[in-house]
Every structure is written in structure tokens, then in C-alpha cells.
Design a protein around this ligand. Structure first.
Ligand code: FES
Length: 233
């Protein structure tokens, strides 16, 4: 059993939250930094790392991010969801991460894998795949597994130390990253980093996690979370 990452409350950031609006955008409050990150591939075509390519100067503490995929001012909402009669109904499954995760124990690391949250970013496939890496006795495999797990934007994959049960999480500042993949011409989800609360339309909070991806194409069947539907464009 892995130990879930503890997100320490930070009084400076208590007002930061993302609220899902009914059939509308994400309302962002608390002056959450907004940036764009791009997928970087290695020479073999594997997803390897992230490159920050843009930071948005925020004029206001609050702003609205498009959830329907129709805005001409992406990533911001321009109101296009209303005339389009966007239906943004949430999936309703609010099980905590650990309840839906399969566990693969290995000599150094244990992998918790909640497929339900997959955004199909593809960082987990290099060097034989993270499932094989965590079961390997090779210390190099351990390092690659930690890297692959930490680069998984949706947090589907959480690697922990087998001996202690402590999750090994990347140190992410509270921010929202708009994912772009210019190599394949794909516009990915919103990557919510650092443990920012996401509040559902009914006012209840989803589990706060270090890494979460929110749908911004409007087509996910697991709204508000990304399910990789943007790749079908
Ligand atoms: S949610 Fe408002 S334009 Fe997309």
C-alpha cells in the first residue's frame, strides 16, 4: 500500500482554486500562474521531458479557461460555449486515486496505476515501460521509472519507495500548464500542478493531488478530467 502524497496547506495559496462552471468554463481564482508547456521527444520518438514555452502575464486574480474547446481566445473562455450549447456534465466518479489504482510492487519501487485518469501523454513507455521498470532489480531502471512516473501529467502513475511506502513526487509549484504537442499538432489538456483544489459544479471538491489534467477539448467522457479524447482530433 502506498502512502498518498500529503499536500501541505500553504496560507499564501489558500485562495487558489479551480471551479467547474455548469456547461461553461473553469473559473480560476487566487491568481494561479498560467503557462504553456510543450512535449519534448528524444531521437527515438519517445516523450522525454517538458519545456515551458510561455508564461501568461496575469492582469487579474481571477480568469476563466475554456472547457468546451470552441473558444477563439484559447486557453481563455470567450463565451463560445453558450451559443454552442456545450454540455459539460461531469462523469460523477469521485473515487480517491488509491481506490481505483492497481498496485505493482518491485524491489525498489511500487507503482500505483489508476488507468481511469489516463490522459495518454505517453511518458511511461520508454525503456520497456514503467510497469517493467519498477519490477527490475537494475538501479538504472529505478531512476527511469521515477522520471517516467513524475512526468505523467495526469498523475495516473504514482511511484513510491517500496521500503517506506512514501510517494516519490515531482516538486511542482502551484500553477496551470496548457499542454501543447507541436510535433504531432495536438492540443493537450490543462495540467494542474502542485495540489490546487478543483471544485465540481455541485460545490464538492475533487481529491486534491499534485498532478491532475483537466479536459479542454470538451470531449472527455471523464469530465472534468482529460481522457485523451483530444488525440482523436
Ligand atoms: S468554455 Fe467558454 S468558450 Fe469554451
Amino acid at each position: 500500500m502506498t502512502t498518498p502524497l500529503k499536500i501541505s496547506p500553504d496560507p499564501r495559496n489558500e485562495s487558489m482554486k479551480i471551479t467547474v462552471r455548469k456547461n461553461g468554463p473553469y473559473h480560476v481564482s487566487g491568481g494561479i500562474p498560467l503557462k504553456t508547456v510543450e512535449v519534448i521527444y528524444d531521437d527515438d520518438g519517445n516523450c522525454r521531458t517538458w519545456n515551458e514555452t510561455k508564461t501568461y502575464p496575469l492582469q487579474q486574480q481571477q480568469y476563466a479557461l475554456c472547457r468546451c474547446g470552441l473558444s477563439k481566445e484559447k486557453p481563455f473562455c470567450d463565451g463560445a460555449h453558450a451559443p454552442a450549447h456545450f454540455v459539460g456534465t461531469e462523469a460523477g466518479d469521485r473515487k480517491p486515486f488509491q481506490k481505483g489504482a492497481g498496485i505493482t510492487p518491485g524491489p525498489f519501487l511500487t507503482l500505483a496505476d489508476n488507468e481511469h485518469l489516463c490522459a495518454h501523454a505517453g511518458f511511461c513507455q520508454r525503456a520497456g515501460g514503467i510497469g517493467n521498470l519498477v519490477t527490475s532489480p537494475d538501479p538504472d531502471a529505478r531512476e527511469i521509472a521515477i522520471e517516467e512516473g513524475g512526468n505523467c501529467p495526469s498523475g495516473r502513475l504514482v511511484v513510491s519507495d517500496t521500503a517506506t511506502g512514501e510517494a516519490i513526487e515531482p516538486d511542482l509549484e502551484k500553477s496551470i500548464a496548457v499542454i501543447e504537442d507541436p510535433v504531432h499538432g495536438k492540443h493537450g489538456p490543462l495540467w494542474v500542478q502542485g495540489g490546487i483544489p478543483v471544485i465540481a459544479v455541485d460545490g464538492k471538491a475533487y481529491e486534491v493531488r499534485n498532478r491532475v489534467t483537466l479536459c479542454r477539448c470538451g470531449r472527455s467522457k471523464n469530465k472534468p478530467f482529460c481522457d485523451g479524447s483530444h488525440l482523436e482530433e
